[in-house]
Design a protein around this ligand. Structure first.
Ligand code: AMP
Ligand code: MG
Length: 425
């Protein structure tokens, strides 16, 4: 039996191969595109460095509504009376400042050549702009420093500098910096496209009535939601225990996906559809020394002249979700750069628990206000509702058959760090 670490390395290699088939994609950076398809823009990671094409601000501009003045022309000891020049609104070229004048200037307007400071309107007399048509004089106080309230060109970003390095996740402020720089398209890392197939003769769609012996497909929803959290585009399908049907679904979607994930049909029963379909055509089936999630499949199948990576999880809902946490989530985070790796830390057990000695057991639990690990539900891998109440996986490694109250155990967070802390409080 392989260890969790060995299998994680295997799954990571498959996911990396999947990501290599379509590494980058272009994205348009416009407010229209961001507003129309917000999901396309969430958690995107730059594929290449982006260099600033222009200074930001692109030109020196006023930080206040006020007067543009030349400080060498001001009286150092008392107020200076200046003739009021032509107004400078935002969005216009500014005429040069004539010596002996002060130009009314609006926030964001270009500072005229010949001016080196802005005096805010509330600091001058009179403290309101005169009508544009009137010849007027304004009195500016002493003590105006050169550069006051001028936003220098390049004070936020210098042209030619690296705005964002490859691997940077694009946040609202970063989309804004790109837009402000005039950049209307970037190359981002592609999201892996994954075909998720729930298998089982017994599966009915949520919402469909249950026939005899049927259950609703839980894994499709569970895994689709989990995959979306790490930046994967998911296509879902459901097949009965019919190997030909499974192969047909894979063939139908093969050109539109980079990776296939199946649930169910991998253990030692009489109707193991995933094994029947993929065994001997590039997929290996074996056991990882973990509980839940022991039976696993991995490899690549040849479809339409290429090797399509395939990962196969067992069907029990807790097994498939714990498999996702142990293997696919970290592997996908490595290639997408999306999401924070789950925290792991050590706490004392709140009570005793037994564990199968040859297996790395991952029990569902909560770290409560007492700082101790409390198990939630039993070890059985159909207990998805108990899993839904858990905030951690309690790790009991191979070779340990019992932990007692107070024994230190490693816990693996089931949520991102910030949300996890809140859940604990
Ligand atoms: P299997 O791995 O196919 O032998 O399935 C193991 C157990 O998981 C069985 O009890 C199945 O009914 C159940 N199961 C398999 N797939 C799903 C699914 N998509 N949703 C809920 N339960 C499932
Ligand atoms: Mg099955």
């Amino acid at each position: 039996m392989r260890t969790i670490e060995t299998h994680l390395a295997e799954v990571t290699a498959l996911v990396e191969a999947a990501a290599r088939s379509r590494p980058v994609e272009p994205l348009v950076v416009t407010p229209e595109a961001l507003a129309a398809r917000p999901d396309r823009y969430r958690d995107r990671v730059l594929a290449a460095d982006v260099v600033a094409p222009i200074d930001l601000p692109p030109f020196a501009n006023s930080q206040m509504d006020g007067y543009a003045v030349s400080t060498p022309g001001l009286d150092a000891t008392g107020p200076t009376a200046l003739r009021v020049a032509e107004r400078i609104p935002a969005g216009r070229a500014a005429p040069d400042l004539v010596p002996g004048t002060a130009a009314p200037i609006m926030t964001g307007a270009a500072v005229p050549d010949g001016a080196d400071a802005i005096v805010p309107i509330e600091k001058v007399t009179p403290d309101a702009f005169p009508p544009a048509s009137v010849d007027a004089v304004v009195e500016v106080p002493a003590g105006v420093a050169s550069g006051a309230f001028v936003r220098a060109a390049g004070s936020d970003v210098g042209a030619g500098s690296v705005l964002f390095a490859a691997g940077t996740r694009l946040t609202p402020a970063r989309w804004g910096v790109l837009a402000a720089s005039g950049i209307d398209a970037v190359e981002v890392r592609s999201r892996p496209r994954l075909l998720l197939v729930s298998t089982g003769e017994e599966l009915a769609a949520p919402g469909a009535p249950l026939g005899p012996g049927q259950i609703h497909d839980a894994n499709g929803a569970t895994l689709a939601a989990a995959l979306a959290e790490v930046g994967v585009d998911v296509t879902v399908a459901r097949v009965t225990d019919d190997a030909a049907a499974l192969l047909a679904v894979v063939a139908r979607h093969a050109d539109a996906v980079d990776l296939v994930l199946t649930s169910g049909g991998v253990s030692a029963g009489a109707y193991e559809v995933v094994r029947d379909a993929f065994e001997g055509v590039g997929v290996t089936f074996g056991s990882v020394a973990m509980q839940p999630g022991g039976p696993q499949g991995w490899g690549a199948v040849r479809v339409h002249d290429r090797d399509l990576p395939v990962v196969c999880f067992p069907g029990n809902p807790v097994s498939s979700l714990v498999s996702f946490e142990a293997f696919l989530r970290p592997a996908l985070q490595t290639v997408t750069g999306v999401g924070t790796p789950r925290a792991r830390w050590t706490v004392p057990m709140a009570h005793a628990a037994d564990s199968p000695v040859g297996k790395h057991q991952l029990r569902r639990g909560r770290v409560d206000v007492d700082g101790r690990a409390h198990l939630v539900g039993g070890p059985s891998s159909h207990l998805l509702a108990a899993h839904a109440e858990a905030t951690v996986l309690v790790s009991i490694p191979v070779g340990v058959d019992r932990v007692d109250e107070g024994d230190e155990v490693e816990v693996w967070a089931l949520d991102d760090p910030a949300r996890h802390e809140k859940a604990d409080r």
